[in-house]
Design a protein around this ligand. Structure first.
Ligand SMILES: [Zn+2]
Ligand SMILES: [Zn+2]
Length: 144
């Protein structure tokens, strides 16, 4: 199948995701947690979970910056972004296994069309004006 290309806001960093079957191998989720709000500057983060082995940097590797911090509940969260424009690229937690979470909006239009969102997380932290998206799995977090 055709690779899914993407890159950072300024275009310095370019990557390619290669999946045999995006429908089964990728999972895009919307997350309303406070960390995602802060990191992306929006009401939610939206990322696409893929196997780490499917992700390849084609350009700008030396501009990738890394931020690591506790996510607030004891898990080390690793985030990569562009050192030139500051735009996000991907993230993964210490317990993500061999998967990474690529920031959905960094993929090009035709790539995003192949990995549309399947679920929403941390709905309790959804801003009051933001409606639930119909048809998506709604994760009920155990933690109140
Ligand atoms: Zn950039
Ligand atoms: Zn989040």
């Amino acid at each position: 199948m055709a690779p899914l290309p993407g890159g950072c806001y300024c275009g310095t960093i370019r990557y390619t995701i290669t999946l045999d079957d995006p429908h089964s191998q990728a999972r895009t989720s919307i997350c309303h947690c406070g960390n995602c709000k802060k990191f992306t500057g929006g009401e939610h983060g939206i990322t696409t979970k893929i196997p780490k082995s499917a992700f390849e940097i084609n350009q700008g590797r030396d501009q990738i910056r890394v931020h690591e911090a506790d996510n607030g509940s004891g898990t080390l969260l690793h985030r990569e972004f562009c050192g030139t424009c500051g735009g996000p690229l991907l993230e993964y937690g210490a317990n993500a296994g061999d998967n990474i979470y690529v920031f959905y909006g960094t993929m090009e239009d035709h790539a995003r069309a192949q990995v549309q969102p399947k679920g929403e997380f941390f709905g309790k932290l959804r801003d009051p004006w933001m409606p639930e998206i119909q048809g998506l799995f709604q994760k009920k977090e155990i933690k109140e």
